[in-house]
Design a protein around this ligand. Structure first.
Ligand SMILES: NC(=O)c1ccc[n+]([C@@H]2O[C@H](COP(=O)([O-])OP(=O)(O)OC[C@H]3O[C@@H](n4cnc5c(N)ncnc54)[C@H](OP(=O)(O)O)[C@@H]3O)[C@@H](O)[C@H]2O)c1
Length: 221
């Protein structure tokens, strides 16, 4: 048995992806900071017959994140699918001229150190399986930097470069790496940006395994 790990698992996209992959028979590891909220989500998924467990960790603490993913692999089966999608902190989004080097520490820990720590932890297992999928989820500033959201714009660009490098390096090993860019907000009921629709898009990226960057919607909207 193998599992999907959702790093940054909350009631929106995280829960929708848990339901989508859970429906396919994957055990689901939910990683976020708040153990109480993870418990609620785990129970909701159990009600749908999905084997899910919560693992509390802050993605800005690479050792804690790696330990959480290691435990998930031991308890639920090798992590075959890793999704990195924690929702960024509001204070990462400051105007560029008001952003100091110190202000970039959080965004870089969140969007660079975290993804690298997570990938380094799960990659040996995927290589042993001979298959795997790594999915990064970002907002539109990953593609078009926004002058009032300097931290996420800069750090998402770095995360995108890391993902792209991984995509090219791992494709020959049966490990697919993709990025879903969601322009604007996730909107319940939206034709393309409802959490369930986005989860379907992420499932299709995992299933179809082509190309690195995918867009959930037109960039202008
Ligand atoms: N929401 C939007 O409108 C929107 C728009 C464009 C792109 N996105 C992308 O969509 C993904 C999020 O989807 P969502 O907004 O529906 O969120 P969600 O899946 O409902 O929840 C994300 C979870 O991330 C966790 N998180 C935040 N900081 C964390 C940290 N430092 N360490 C560990 N976990 C952390 C939070 O849980 P804890 O507080 O318990 O840690 C939160 O519940 C992200 O990749 C985001 O970039 C969202």
């Amino acid at each position: 048995m193998s599992s999907v790990a959702i790093v940054g698992a909350g009631p929106g996209l995280g829960a929708a992806v848990a339901r989508r992959f859970g429906r396919e028979g994957y055990a689901v590891a939910l990683v976020a900071r708040d153990g109480g909220r993870l418990g609620v989500l785990t129970r909701e998924l159990a009600g749908l017959g999905i084997d899910a467990r919560g693992y509390s960790a802050d993605v800005r603490d690479p050792a804690a994140l790696a330990a959480a993913l290691a435990r998930a692999g031991e308890e639920l089966g090798t992590v075959e699918v890793l999704q990195y999608s924690p929702v960024p902190q509001a204070d990462f989004m400051r105007p560029v001229l008001e952003t100091t080097h110190a202000d970039l520490l959080g965004p870089v820990e969140f969007s660079v150190y975290g993804p690298v720590a997570a990938v380094q932890q799960v990659l040996p297992g995927m290589r042993e399986l001979g298959r795997g999928t790594i999915l990064f989820v970002n907002g539109g500033t990953a593609v078009i930097p926004h002058p009032d959201r300097a931290g996420t714009s800069i750090a998402f660009a770095a995360e995108s470069a890391y993902g792209h490098l991984l995509h090219d390096r791992l494709a020959g090993e049966g490990i697919h790496v993709g990025q879903l860019v969601i322009p604007g907000a996730i909107v319940t009921g939206h034709e393309r940006k409802d959490p369930a629709v986005l989860a379907e898009t992420l499932w299709a990226m995992h299933r179809d395994r082509h190309g690195f960057r995918h867009y959930a919607d037109d960039l202008e909207s």
